[in-house]
Design a protein. Structure first.
Length: 404
């Protein structure tokens, strides 16, 4: 035997588990030895080119070219190039390729190119999806992930769900991070960060950050930040803290703090610290009270030279400048409830103001002694106050201003 090379021996046709001895030559090929006690730790699975552990209770490996190592009651019943390493009752039961389960208990992967590491009773049917840890979580869709959490569902394509409990994430490119019973049912590039029972139903590039029972109904580039029971429907708008505030179909608008406040379809409207209020105007900031620590200032609206019948558009500002070059009859339009504004009028001669109207109606402008009498070749100052209840505009007139 010592003179026979190993390469010239008869080929053995048994299985790895039948090996009781194997032979080897010494360094000089002068002696041949038998070595006993070798037992393989793996055996062929039922899939083509597959293996499974021998000394562990690994139920079945029918995955072609797959690997089933360690653990108990793990199985792959079909597919190719899969692997389950360790754990208990983990399985892949449909024909899927390149799956991976690492440890954990009761995890299932039935999506191509997907995997689960650790955790308990997680199910991954996503294509190219990943799950890590957690319990009773479900992942579907494609190219997405779930990390940790309890009883969560993530079907958002290219989206992620991180932790939390009873959270639901759908749509595309959406992310839900932490919290409890939060829900994204649609939209693109949406996000809920923590909080409880927050909801996003549709939209683009929007989010709910914390708080409880907040709802983003629809809209793009919008946010709800903290607070409780706030709701929003609008583009490029936001509700920031507060309670039970509503933006309803308004764009470029915001509610900051406060409670039970509503912006109904008014664009560029802002409510600050209001309670039980409804916004009245677009492009306006609404407050309960205001205190100015330093300077109050206004935009000056220069109406230039005027004469004859003219409309004075009070929505243009609160400070107006005019030069009279003929007799002038002003008609005040677009006056807001309770609005107060100022006029500086230079009478370039001895021109008169025969009458004045409010929104085209005579008898609505109230002046002392029933007349408006600007000084000749001088400046006059007017302070106007609108009484919306009685629909009257009051003018206080001071005349005869000249340089000192």
């Amino acid at each position: 035997m010592a003179n026979i090379k190993i390469s010239n021996l008869t080929t053995w046709t048994g299985t790895p588990t039948d090996i009781k001895y194997f032979i080897m030559n010494n360094a000089g090929n002068t002696e041949t030895y038998k070595v006993s006690g070798y037992t393989s730790l793996v055996e062929p699975g039922s899939g083509t080119g597959s293996i499974k552990s021998l000394n562990y209770t690994s139920a079945n490996n029918s995955n072609d070219y797959g690997v089933l190592l360690g653990g108990t009651n793990n199985q792959m019943t079909s597919g190719q190039r899969g692997a389950i390493i360790g754990g208990y009752n983990n399985q892949s039961t449909t024909y899927k390729n390149d799956i991976f389960i690492g440890g954990g208990n009761g995890n299932v992967v039935n999506g191509d190119y997907s995997g689960v590491i650790g955790g308990f009773s997680n199910t991954n049917t996503s294509i190219k999806g990943f799950m890590g840890g957690g319990e009773s979580n479900t992942l579907s869709g494609n190219r997405n992930w779930t990390l940790g959490g309890l009883n969560t569902t993530n079907s958002a394509n290219y989206g992620g769900l991180f932790g939390g409990e009873n959270n639901f994430n759908a749509g595309d490119y959406n992310a839900l991070l932490g919290g409890s019973s939060n829900n994204i049912t649609g939209g693109l590039y949406m996000c809920i960060l923590n909080g409880e029972t927050n909801r996003i139903t549709n939209g683009l590039f929007s989010n709910v950050l914390g708080g409880a029972s907040n709802t983003h109904n629809n809209g793009n580039y919008s946010s709800i930040v903290a607070g409780n029971g706030n709701s929003m429907l609008g583009n490029s708008s936001g509700v920031f803290v507060g309670e039970t505030n509503v933006i309803d179909n308004a764009d470029y608008s915001a509610i900051i703090a406060g409670s039970n406040t509503d912006i109904p379809g008014l664009d560029y409207s802002v409510m600050v610290g209001t309670s039980g209020r409804t916004a009245l105007y677009s492009a306006t900031t609404h407050v309960e009270n205001i205190h100015t620590f330093k300077t109050e200032s206004f935009k000056e609206y220069n109406g230039g030279n005027v004469g004859g019948s003219i409309d004075v558009d009070c929505s243009q500002g609160s400070f107006f400048l005019f030069t009279m070059t003929a007799d002038t009859t002003p008609n005040f339009i677009n006056v807001r409830n309770g609005q107060r504004f100022f006029f500086i009028v230079y009478n370039n001669g001895s021109w008169a103001v025969p009458t004045a109207t409010l929104n085209g109606a005579s008898g609505k402008v109230m002046a002392k002694n029933g007349s408006i009498s600007p000084g000749n070749n001088s400046y006059s100052k007017y302070v106007a106050t609108y009484d919306s209840i009685n629909d009257l505009l009051f003018l206080d007139e001071e005349t005869g201003f000249s340089a000192v």
